[in-house]
Design a protein around this ligand. Structure first.
Ligand code: GLN
Length: 451
């Protein structure tokens, strides 16, 4: 823990941590020493972790990287982090993210962007670690923690993992409790780990998962022993290659990465099957209707009365307006506007209801594919990490980055990103494995085979 605390303090230029909690870390490490001395060590005993600042941590400022929550100190602990502390993990601090997890590059954070440690020094053109869990991925890649919590609404665990050469898994919707995680789009949000290895990810996910009566969408089923799936033979598994993911203008290096992944799985004894997910082309538009719609509703609670920032006006309405104008950043305001628009009378049927129908079709596509195969293999993102600033003036270009990841959230399925080599510039690339609902175990076995 001490070594990690020192490494974190020395790595300020990466901007991965927005709050360091060194005293708490040392105290928690001492507690876990004491537990071990009593012969009562947990599965994560003494493991120093970074926590995405979307998770509420009791007595420790939790901001979602928004000015509107700039001084918010929760009086409660999220269930996921409470599970980690139960098993003996240690908190090093809170990690940077896109404001309210809205973004793909960590550039919408009120605390400024995170720098990707793969190119952080000696170059004017710094790279994004991806988003929204950019702080989590950068901290894991730069050895500023053993593992990190993250969340994924449309790709925010998997795309940053791909951009930083780390492992990230978004479990099945309902596997991890959302209680105490600042809500973005409640029907899509899931917590999961970013870690250095598939086995570490399995150990962390096992601890994070489990039923929680405080989240009505939390699944009341037993948590499998995820680590026991790592290293299991994948011989005979059928792997689907969705042909619609061969998108136009796919960079040749991504094409090559995918071919390489197919070859590795063939070598491991898997059978490769082409499958069709015909509604894939509607996934991004559907996601960018459903997610902002839910966000506009979830973010209505930031009224200056109950949490964080308050900018007083002459009357109540003015106080709301001033607080929200000052507290939310540009991307969050864009999402609230889009969400409010698609939910408004006259547009609701044309946009929101249509998007829900598309969502259903996308889920059915997956159901049909999974009648023939055990898992799917795709690239995680359409490119390697891009330069900071490259897409920040063009929201649509930024949204296109999520093309391979949003379908998984719309269908509630588990998805995992595995580091799978580097591009011509030496930057990491990731392959995505998509599993049947509740079948994270197969992903851990396949991930282990690809690692
Ligand atoms: N990039 C996507 C978005 O901006 C996904 C974000 C996320 O998964 N939290 O909505």
């Amino acid at each position: 823990t001490k070594a990690h605390v020192e490494a974190v303090a020395a790595a300020k230029p990466l901007n991965a941590y927005i709050l360091e909690t060194p005293e708490k870390a040392i105290a928690m490490a001492k507690d876990s020493d004491a537990r071990r001395a009593r012969g009562d060590a947990g599965a994560l005993d003494g493991a120093p972790l970074g926590i995405k600042d979307l998770f509420c941590t009791e007595g420790v400022r939790s901001t979602a990287c928004s000015n509107i929550l700039g001084n918010f100190v929760p009086t409660y602990e999220s269930t996921v982090t409470a599970n980690l502390w139960r098993d003996g993990a240690v908190m090093l601090g809170k990690l940077n993210l896109d404001e309210f997890a809205m973004g793909s590059s960590n550039e919408t954070s009120a605390f400024g962007p995170v720098v990707n440690p793969w190119r952080s020094e000696g170059s004017n053109s710094k790279l994004t670690p991806g988003g929204s869990s950019g702080g989590s991925a950068a901290a894991v890649a730069a050895d500023l923690c053993l593992g990190a919590t993250a969340t994924d609404t449309g790709g925010s665990i998997r795309q940053p993992a791909a951009f930083t050469g780390t492992v990230g898994i978004k479990p099945t919707y309902g596997r991890c409790s959302r209680w105490g995680v600042v809500a973005f789009a409640s029907s899509l949000d899931q917590a999961g780990p970013i870690a250095k290895t598939v086995e570490d990810a399995a150990i962390l996910l096992k601890s994070m998962s489990g039923h929680d009566a405080k989240d009505s969408t939390s699944l009341d089923i037993e948590v499998p022993d995820f680590p026991s799936f790592v290293g299991k033979s994948v011989k005979g598994l059928r792997i689907g290659i969705p042909k619609e993911y061969r998108v136009d203008n796919m960079p040749p290096e991504i094409e090559k990465l995918w071919e390489q992944g197919i070859a590795w799985l063939k070598e491991a004894g898997c059978e490769i099957v082409e499958v069709s997910l015909p509604h894939t082309k509607y996934a991004l538009p559907a996601y960018y209707i459903v997610a902002p719609a839910e966000a506009s509703s979830n973010l209505a609670r930031y009224d200056g009365m109950r949490y964080g920032l308050r900018e007083n006006g002459g009357n109540l309405t003015e106080t709301y307006e001033n607080t929200r104008a000052a507290g939310f950043g540009a991307e969050v305001k864009r999402r609230i506007l889009i969400g409010t628009y698609v939910l408004s009378a006259g547009y609701y049927d044309a946009y929101y209801v249509k998007a829900l129908k598309v969502r259903r079709r996308i889920a059915e596509d997956f159901d049909q594919a999974f009648e023939k195969v055990d898992a799917l293999l795709t690239p995680t993102a359409p490119s390697a990490a891009f330069e900071l600033g490259a897409n920040s003036d063009d929201p649509v270009a930024m949204y296109l980055n999520d093309i391979f990841t949003v379908t998984v959230n719309l269908a509630g399925l588990p998805g995992m990103s595995i580091p799978a080599g580097v591009d011509a510039n030496g930057l990491p690339l990731g392959l995505q494995l998509i599993g049947k609902a509740l079948d994270e175990g197969t992903l851990f076995s396949l991930g282990g085979a690809l690692e």
